[in-house]
Design a protein around this ligand. Sequence first.
Ligand code: SAH
Ligand code: SF4
Ligand code: F3S
Length: 468
Amino acid sequence: MKTESSRQEYYIDKCRKLLEDKERELGRKLTYYDQTFGCQMNFKDSEKLNGILEAIGYVRSKSEEADFVYYNTCTVRENANIRVYGRLGTLKTYKKKNPDMLIAMCGCMMQEPEEQEKVKNTFTFVDIVFGTHNIFKLAQLLYEALITRKRVFDVWEGTDEIVEDLPSHRKISFKAAVNIMYGCNNFCTYCIVPYVRGRERSRKPEDIVGEVEQLAREGVKEIMLLGQNVNSYGKTLENRTTFAQLLSMVGKVDGIERIRFMTSHPKDLSDDLIKVMASSSKICRHIHLPLQSGSSRLLQKMNRHYTREQYMELVRKLRVAMPDIAITTDIIVGFPGETEEDFQETLEVVQETAYDSAFTFLYSKRSGTPAASMEDQVPDDVAHERFDRLLKVVGETARKQNKKHEGETALVLAEEVNERDSSLITGRLSNNNVVHFKADPCVIGRIVPVVLEEACGFYYLGRLASDG
Ligand code: SAH
Ligand code: SF4
Ligand code: F3S
């Protein structure tokens, strides 16, 4: 909505003026810092929040001792919440030293009424609280806090609105994430995301393509299309467009060399999508296809809408169409009622699929979700023991897949100087595997041929095939 983005620009201007006064008074620039937890959705939201903060005049600080600090929170598993509150305490000491410091909390945890209450009553040094539906309002909320000097709480239960055209700030200049849809309608019985991210809403294809074209003009080479379930893209649009069609449209944008997407729900991965992927040289040879469990009985209890057999059929089709595709997944261990037999089925699917990697999670009870009140919750020690066994098998399949490409020459997008060894550059293959290789930092941002000399389990050591 154009009017909403203009309204927010007005508040960005107002905040900028207040900040300029403060800069003069202090004789320095004001700084901001973000602490982002959770998934790529949250990291993308933080890019937007950072874009707004920079438009206002804040400059990024390397430390949490900044003038404006926000925590963008995740609540998908309980340990995510514990980490947030654990860190929050340190901010209080910084605020004592700098009483003008502003602290904000946002993201998925703040969508839960009990967490809001906790912040309201226990963490009284937090100034601004907002949720996942109104991140575009940051400048307005900040203005209110600066003017009134009172705490500002504004969390929406849901929204139909998609606010376009607000600033955004990327950390890597040549890689960008693009939201194609928001929310989730799947209600997997263990998952809190549909409650904290609201109903599924797709952006219009022309808005998405327009953004990708703009990113290409800014020098972006790789884009990641984001949605909780990209395969159901377009269902809420007036002019229905499928995800396969959207991918073809995005594939036509000149300058974009690599296209990735996250996440694909197995229940509606279409043959058309496989066809579009296989026929495109830009779409990366990687699919993240969350399995959750290998037992059809549990998949039904999870409300996933596919069976073990249907999942394996998809894997087969993907591998026939793209023999070099890397398949990665998410798996939950210890879902209520999981028996040793169910777990064995998960291990079998992991071995049959031969994942390139897998995120494995211990089931975490989320209040308000159907699974939280299911009988037969699995005892912790049993779940932990299964988790360790699963990790071993996943490690084995990943190493096996990794070994397959040893000795090959492959194209790598050079991304950054290696953190531990500055003579190495770290980059990624089309299949998302990481490669470290000796090269001059001037290759960063370019796609270069690299010989994959040594497969090291989850990454490769390589060397430039030519001078790149
Ligand atoms: N929309 C994505 C997943 C988003 S959440 C999809 O459907 O694939 C990321 C992962 O967290 C999920 O795939 C699941 O494996 C895990 N997860 C979600 N809720 C969980 C819970 N209550 N306990 C443990 N893991 C959970
Ligand atoms: Fe959660 Fe399922 Fe939606 Fe993924 S598809 S976000 S696991 S409810
Ligand atoms: Fe966490 Fe919210 Fe993502 S709960 S996993 S940050 S959508």
